[in-house]
Write a protein that binds this ligand. Structure first.
Ligand SMILES: [Zn+2]
Length: 202
């Protein structure tokens, strides 16, 4: 448990602990509650084979209240991917950066993990993007594995993926899954993308 939502629902991260971590990876989905594709994609990564010294945190449902209600926003009506502290704007970012408990839970997880990459999963625009200074090799690996095209130079004001790189200074990726339904083929494709990403870290 890494936090609780506005309505008190647990925000749960699946943690693959290791004795001594060489590489640390965080994957976050369920940011918008009306995007049903990302929770199953993130959960499917739990048994991807990887080296013994790769530590992983999977957060399938960052916005459990929004998922329960089928809404993009959280229970306060805030778009969580406008509530992070990079490029925050008052008209759509909530009352202040990190005003929402779901945003702070995710940001705290990222800061605690000191990750080598954070992957943020949305839908349905069908692209993968390395944010800011994140090496192109990362988006190319996920693209190779998933068949989803690369899109360069993506930013989002108040977005978690943008805050992760531009403010927190960690490599960050945005995955926009292709479509609105988590078909087994789509989940498998993104699982392959994640496996290719992990392979980069040897
Ligand atoms: Zn989204």
């Amino acid at each position: 448990m890494i936090g609780a939502s506005v309505h008190g629902r647990d925000i749960v991260a699946l943690h693959r602990p290791v004795e001594s971590s060489r590489v640390r990876v965080v994957v976050i989905g369920g940011i918008h509650g009306n995007e049903p594709v990302s929770p199953p994609i993130v959960r499917s990564l739990v048994d991807v084979p990887m080296p013994a010294d790769v530590e992983v945190w999977l957060l399938p449902e960052m916005n459990p209240d929004g998922i329960a209600a089928g809404t993009r926003a959280n229970a306060n009506g805030r778009d969580l991917n406008r509530n992070f502290g990079w490029g925050w704007l008052p008209y759509d970012g909530g009352p202040a950066p990190f005003s929402e408990p779901e945003t702070t839970a995710a940001a705290d997880l990222v800061l605690r993990a000191q990750p080598h990459v954070v992957v943020w999963v949305h839908q349905p625009l069908s692209y993968v993007s390395s944010i800011g200074s994140t090496p192109d090799a990362l988006e190319e690996a996920w693209s190779r594995g998933s068949g989803i095209p690369v899109r360069r130079d993506v930013t989002q004001h108040g977005g978690g993926e943008s805050w992760t790189n531009f403010t927190a200074g960690f490599p960050s990726m945005l995955i926009e899954a292709n479509g609105w339904e988590a078909t087994p083929q789509m989940v498998a494709a993104h699982r392959n993308g994640f496996a290719e990403l992990i392979a980069l870290f040897g």
